[in-house]
Design a protein around this ligand. Structure first.
Ligand code: GRF
Length: 186
């Protein structure tokens, strides 16, 4: 049984879909949800599904050991970032080589990098007049949004789209593909 840890900072809609996807799965299960934000909706969702939670403080997360010991103690095989806003420190990347994936709400390499998260991404896509956006699922390295791509899925940007309408379309795409892509990686 592969053991998944999800890192999430916010509402946790992706975390919920992933937890549910693996809830009665034979080969993998979400074991732990890690958050930097004690008020993250993702923490409640995890608790409701009996998934262990861990809230981390900045000083610990960015220390030389980070939370590697906790992750190793839980026997984690794959770390899944689902709306996690902090850069992953080198200690975790070195301890889990090619075992950390992220989802980005645009078609990388465009609209990525520091500060490009959440609605900032959709605003930038709309400002650029793109006719297409989408999601990128990628491995994580020490730079924001730069690791090797696992999969990209696209959707149209419609005339008259707002941040809200585009964000809804992107979320639907994320919910349709992230858990399945994680399953194929495992
Ligand atoms: C998603 O759009 C994801 O791509 C981005 O953060 C958002 C998280 O949404 N990295 P949710 O918390 O899963 O609802």
């Amino acid at each position: 049984m592969k053991r998944i840890a999800i890192f999430a900072s916010g509402a946790g809609s992706n975390a919920e879909v992933i937890i549910r996807h693996f809830e009665f799965h034979h080969d993998a299960q979400v074991i732990l949800l890690v958050s930097n934000n004690p008020n993250a909706g993702a923490l409640n969702i995890a608790s409701e599904h009996g998934v262990k939670t861990l809230v981390i403080a900045r000083e610990e997360f960015f220390s030389d050991e980070s939370i590697v010991e906790e992750l190793k103690a839980e026997g984690i095989d794959l770390i899944v970032l689902a709306g996690f806003l902090w850069l992953i420190p080198a200690a975790i990347i070195h301890a889990f080589p090619n075992k950390i994936v992220n989802i980005h709400p645009a078609l990388l390499p465009k609209f990525g990098g520091k500060g490009m998260y959440g609605n900032n991404v959709h605003q930038a896509v709309l400002n650029a007049g793109e006719s297409e956006s989408g999601i990128t699922i990628h491995y994580v390295n020490e730079h924001f949004d730069e690791g090797a791509h696992v999969a990209r899925f696209s959707c149209p940007v419609m005339p008259g789209d707002t941040i809200e309408s585009l964000s809804q379309r992107i979320h639907a795409l994320e919910h349709a593909h992230y858990a399945k892509t994680i399953e194929s990686i495992l």
